[in-house]
Design a protein around this ligand. Sequence first.
Ligand SMILES: Nc1ncnc2c1ncn2[C@@H]1O[C@H](COP(=O)(O)OP(=O)(O)OP(=O)(O)O)[C@@H](O)[C@H]1O
Length: 228
Amino acid sequence: MTFTLENVNLIYDIEKEVQTLALRDVNLTLSGNKLIGILGPSGSGKSSLLYAMAGLRRPTSGNVAYNDRTYGSLSAPALATLRRKEFGFVFQRHFLINYMTVLENLLTPLNKNTGPVREKALSLLERLGIVHAAGKRPYQLSGGQRQRAAIARALMNDPQVIFGDEPTAALDHQSAREVMSLLEEYTAHAMVIIVTHDESILENADTIIRIWDGSIAEIASPKAEGQP
Ligand SMILES: Nc1ncnc2c1ncn2[C@@H]1O[C@H](COP(=O)(O)OP(=O)(O)OP(=O)(O)O)[C@@H](O)[C@H]1O
């Protein structure tokens, strides 16, 4: 899979007196099953970049394309279908539904409760080490367990790309490391893009994009640079 961003600008509150230029003339190409980190200070535009790539925010100008599909030429329902089929999302807050069990939370996005879908959900929970919690409600889990459940839910549709917006921010160091290991493991199947303030969770990243005041300040490939 490949993302191509061309001259992307994103202005919030364009109709208001005070506007924010969150992305400034961003040009970027990303491809392959890699762990990609987006780093930068608070307010620098990290989430805006992630949401523009995920098709959750339309840029004010410029183009974003995923493979051969340019978002600007897709209708809102077509873009929503693309997101549902190809992308998985993990946020800082888990957004699990508290009155449903963990298993039901995994089944809900697919809207199916057939045998094979249940099997898949259970096997994901098994892989993520929380199958014993399948019948529990999210509020009965620890923060780390809830985040694993959120990752399992994001993996239910076999996404080609996983977008994580500060997925470890609410976790202690040990849980954050475990969640990152799971996401790193998933790069065998998909591109994983993580927004974070915390550079330490990106120690195994293939690519690190540093963003500053809405512009890309640097794109580094730490692993490649570390090789002789
Ligand atoms: N919905 C919105 N409406 C208006 N301004 C917004 C909106 N979302 C973000 N902004 C502004 O756009 C700029 C970039 O925000 P963004 O959330 O992309 O930054 P960030 O680097 O992810 O920040 P943080 O690390 O604090 O989450 C900031 O100045 C922010 O105040």
